[in-house]
Design a binder for this molecule. Structure first.
Ligand code: FPP
Length: 234
């Protein structure tokens, strides 16, 4: 079976999952973290090379303070407890997004986890945190402009490949498969540049209910896709 090298996921529906059960929204996020653990383990066991999870968008800062704080607490707890699994499964950890906006304590945990897993050779797990694709592209353009100004870069050198290297995802291949849970069919400012030729898969279940079987369904569907990248099939 054709396995995607890079899977990106918009983990949506935590709030609605909780609401349906008469629980506070944070209960949905707590359950969502359990799904994150299972999906990371499954991807690692299957031999997927890159997994990128949209955990907190630049727009999510607009949520009530109590929800933002709970999400940061969950993230801190996740980072403090996942290292043994990352060691055992040789998972390399990365982050994309505007990290300056994150609390200092979370930034420190992120840097520690990135450093401790830097030479792991298994799955690269990337969390998108305080991430917005338009913001990422603008930060990349600003960096390109600075390099043009100081003469490090010449105008004629700008190419798609060079520009990709200025994005937060530098060194990570574009996703082969994007999964979004909860039935919404939007990209929501996620990896706009990188998703140019990605296969899209939308499933109705809420993220806390997404399980091994759901992931397998997405992988089976991906295996039936005919990817032509704008060319014609032979
Ligand atoms: C979308 O559901 C989910 C989020 C905005 C946050 C995703 C976070 C997690 C899965 C938990 C934290 C992750 C880690 C790695 C610690 P929503 O709240 O928008 O749901 P709704 O659309 O039903 O309201």
């Amino acid at each position: 079976m054709v396995l995607p090298k890079h899977i990106a996921i918009i983990m949506d529906g935590n709030g609605r999952w909780a609401q349906e059960k008469g629980l506070p929204r944070i209960a949905g996020h707590q359950q969502g973290v359990k799904t994150v653990r299972k999906v990371v383990e499954q991807c690692s066991a299957l031999g997927v090379r890159f997994l990128t999870l949209y955990a907190f968008s630049s727009e999510n800062w607009q949520r009530p303070d109590v929800e933002v704080e709970s999400l940061m607490t969950l993230l801190g707890h996740y980072l403090s407890t996942e290292l043994p699994l990352m060691e055992e499964q040789q998972i390399r950890f990365r982050v994309i997004g505007d990290l300056e906006k994150l609390p200092q304590q979370i930034r420190a945990l992120l840097m520690q986890t990135i450093d401790s897993t830097a030479d792991h050779a298994g799955l690269t797990l990337t969390l998108a945190l305080s991430y917005g694709s338009r913001d990422e592209i603008l930060r990349a353009i600003t960096a390109v402009a600075a390099d043009l100004d100081c003469g490090k870069l010449k105008k004629g050198q700008i190419s798609e490949q060079l520009f990709s290297g200025y994005l937060d995802t530098a060194g990570i291949p574009d996703p082969d498969l994007l999964i979004r849970t909860s039935g919404e069919m939007r990209i929501s400012n996620f990896l706009l540049w990188q998703l140019a030729y990605t296969e899209l898969y939308f499933c109705p279940c809420f993220w806390p209910d997404f399980d091994a079987q759901q992931l397998q369904l997405a992988l089976d569907d991906y295996a039936t896709r005919c990817r032509r990248f704008g060319a014609i099939s032979s």
